[in-house]
Design a binder for this molecule. Structure first.
Ligand SMILES: NC(=O)c1ccc[n+]([C@@H]2O[C@H](COP(=O)([O-])OP(=O)(O)OC[C@H]3O[C@@H](n4cnc5c(N)ncnc54)[C@H](O)[C@@H]3O)[C@@H](O)[C@H]2O)c1
Length: 257
């Protein structure tokens, strides 16, 4: 039996991933700020340290996969605290506990919002590991005209962290594929207020075009995560896999593949 740690397990994509993995026979340790096996706040140093300690206590320090999925979409500094620093702390903090696995795997949840404009200074502060600086910058951005860039900046920083680290001795060199998914609009509590009315849904469709089957439920992203952390995934390295109904193709066209 494989043991998997899933953050953000109380809702949405994390909840669907936990259910899917348990249905296929994995042991899942759910992590969230509420309603979880391990209840921690991933914006805090104490919460991140408690995550590592409690996973070790529950598993004897032997896990097979990390799903770093918890996230926030508020125009506040906390979004940087969870989506970037909490996610990286989850991946780096739990990585040593993958050492005993025959098929160690890790995946993070990015977003198609990584295609949107960002605050470059905020992204750079994230990648420099300057959490205090990044939170201070996010507070300034939150008071400005385009506070939405806090979310996209958190996901761009995460994707760049992935590209920077996936091929290093700590990850690829240790036999650990680490990748990310980039969903389009997924109908979860996170976005419920954004797509409550038909008028709102129409304006989100302009922003996030999904010609292939439109908005989705959390089951598709969960199935992709399940494959990315499966034994079968031996060679995907540092990929951001868009599961977005085509928004990446519409927005970026032939400029990347
Ligand atoms: N829903 C979408 O359209 C969409 C699109 C692209 C990417 N995503 C990403 O998918 C991931 C999951 O989002 P979702 O849509 O399932 O949202 P959700 O709100 O349903 O679930 C997110 C979970 O993360 C938890 N969480 C938030 N802050 C936390 C903290 N400080 N410490 C611990 N846990 C915390 C929440 O309690 C919640 O259970 C996020 O990273 C999000 O950015 C979502």
């Amino acid at each position: 039996m494989r043991t998997v740690v899933v953050t953000g397990s109380a809702s949405g994509i994390g909840k669907a991933t936990k259910a899917l993995l348990e249905a296929r026979g994995d042991r899942v340790i759910g992590v969230d700020i509420r309603d979880a096996d391990i209840t921690v706040d991933l914006t805090t140093a104490e919460g991140r340290a408690a995550l590592v300690d409690q996973v070790r206590a529950l598993t004897g320090g032997r896990i097979d996969a990390i799903v770093a999925n918890a996230g926030l979409a508020h125009n506040t500094p906390a979004t940087i605290g969870v989506n970037y620093f909490g996610t990286v702390a989850t991946l780096e903090g739990l990585r040593p506990q993958l050492a005993g696995s025959a098929a160690p795997r890790a995946v993070a949840t990015a977003s198609m919002a990584s295609l949107f404009p960002v605050d470059a200074e905020l992204v750079d502060l994230c990648l420099a590991g300057d959490e205090a600086g990044a939170l201070a910058r996010a507070a300034v951005v939150a008071d400005g005209d385009d506070a939405n860039v806090i979310y996209s900046s958190s996901k761009v920083a995460l994707c760049r962290w992935l590209r920077r680290n996936a091929a290093t001795p700590e990850w690829a060199g240790a036999g650990i594929p680490v990748n990310a998914i980039a969903p389009g609009m997924v109908e979860t509590p996170m976005v419920a207020d954004l797509i409550a009315t038909e008028e709102q849904r129409a304006s989100i469709r302009e922003l996030v075009p999904m010609p292939l089957n439109g908005f989705m439920g959390p089951g598709g992203p969960a199935a992709l995560i399940a494959w990315l952390i499966s034994v079968e995934n031996t060679h995907l390295c540092g990929q951001v896999v868009f599961i977005d109904g085509g928004s990446d193709v519409v927005i970026r066209g032939e400029s990347t593949w």
